[in-house]
Ligand binder design. Structure first.
Ligand code: NAP
Length: 350
């Protein structure tokens, strides 16, 4: 009988998440009941927010419970359907989790989320990256929350990642006077300059970020899109223009901290420079997703938006792939491939 390999949450991390926090189990591939569909996962998405989902704290989604399949976005293919709206072979996306096969109930969503069909011709990798949640986060973050204006001097941290790389390029495409990215290491900085077309890149591991910001922004930063928090946010606060705006997208530098550090040291700069800081969560903006995806897809098709995907392979490498987000191994969107789409999926495996 075909097996469904799954990674379940074994223990909650104390500080840095490790592979030992998860355990691998195999179960028989389930049969869909009336109204359900069975999906074979093709690509898993890895998102820093997943680190927060395994803390036992109140957040914008309930925590993953010990023993549950780790929650994760994925693109899969319908293998068997007992639901009128889904046919075998359909490509779908949803919160299908760290497993090879997911049982979904489109009516109720279920623990692992309702599937949504991919638009015809959509590439699974892009549906999880520039045309998926991270692309949308960048889009709504820089345009709606940051209210990007033509001529803005823009700074993006975590700039070579899935969200940051798109945010920085939207700023470039929508008339920023200057766009600078902060990223870790020469490979990422070269990609930002040579592929993503940024004006400059700052390697935060190679020296004082504050000094480099003073050089790049003598008149200050009008709009800062922050994915990192901590020291990087502190350096940016010292280099903002008067009435500058800061989009608080995430603070990955703190996601594995057992004990949170004290707040920004340069907090008073918010007052002195009359800054506006705004946080947001992408799921609150999904009504406008079709319009945003259409514009992002056009930029990609016209060659104006560079994108990178780091694609690892194999169910056995799932937890190790998650850790890549936190040591900076990934350039662009972190994915893991489990299977190829099949022409006639019903005959392909389970
Ligand atoms: P990503 O940027 O593709 O990957 C994470 C990157 O973060 C790593 O490659 C690494 O790049 C950097 N990083 C990791 N640990 C760090 C540390 N201690 N200090 C500084 N940089 C560190 O991931 P993503 O999915 O696009 O997410 C980026 C940010 O957006 C995260 O903060 C995430 O929580 C946030 N986000 C928010 C929303 C929302 O709705 N608000 C939605 C999606 C994502 P370097 O090598 O450059 O350090």
């Amino acid at each position: 009988m075909a097996k469904n390999g799954q990674w379940r949450l074994r223990t909650r991390p104390d500080g840095m998440v490790s592979e030992a926090n998860f355990e691998f189990v195999q179960e028989p591939v389930p049969e869909p009941a009336e109204g359900q569909v069975l999906v074979r996962n093709l690509y898993l998405s890895f998102d820093p927010a997943m680190r927060g989902w395994i803390n036992d704290v109140k957040s914008y989604v309930p925590p993953v419970q010990i023993g549950e399949v780790m929650r994760a976005s994925a693109v899969g293919q319908v293998l068997r359907s007992r639901h009128a709206d889904f046919a075998e072979g359909d490509l779908v996306t949803g919160l299908f989790g760290w497993q090879e096969f997911a049982l979904c109930d489109p009516q109720r969503g279920g623990a692992l989320g309702a599937p949504a069909k991919l638009p015809p011709g959509a590439a699974p990798e892009l549906a999880l990256s520039v045309l998926g949640a991270t692309g949308l986060t960048a889009y709504f973050g820089i345009l709606d929350i940051g209210e990007l204006r033509e001529g803005d001097a823009v700074l993006v941290s975590g700039a070579a990642g899935a969200t940051g790389s798109v945010a920085a390029q939207i700023a470039r495409l929508r008339g920023a006077s200057k766009v600078v990215g902060i990223a870790g290491g020469p490979r990422k900085c070269a990609w930002l300059r040579d592929e993503a077309g940024l004006d400059a890149a700052i390697d935060y591991r190679a020296g004082s970020v504050s000094r480099r910001l003073r050089e790049e922004f003598p008149r200050g930063v009008d709009l800062f899109f922050d994915n990192v928090g901590g020291e990087i946010l502190d350096a940016a606060l010292l280099n903002m223009a008067e009435r500058g705006r800061i989009v608080l997208c995430g603070a990955i530098s703190q996601y594995n901290d057992e004990k949170l550090p004290p707040g920004p040291r340069n907090y008073m700069q918010i007052v002195i420079r009359r800054l506006t800081l705004r946080g947001f969560i992408v799921i609150d903006h999904m009504k406008r997703a079709p319009q945003a995806v259409a514009e992002l897809a056009r930029w990609v098709a016209e060659g104006g938006m560079a994108h990178a995907e780091d694609i690892q392979q194999g169910i056995e490498n799932v937890p190790a792939t998650f850790l890549r987000l936190f040591d900076g191994s990934n350039l662009g969107k972190q994915l893991l491939k489990l299977a190829d789409a099949q022409a006639s999926p019903g005959s392909a495996g389970a």
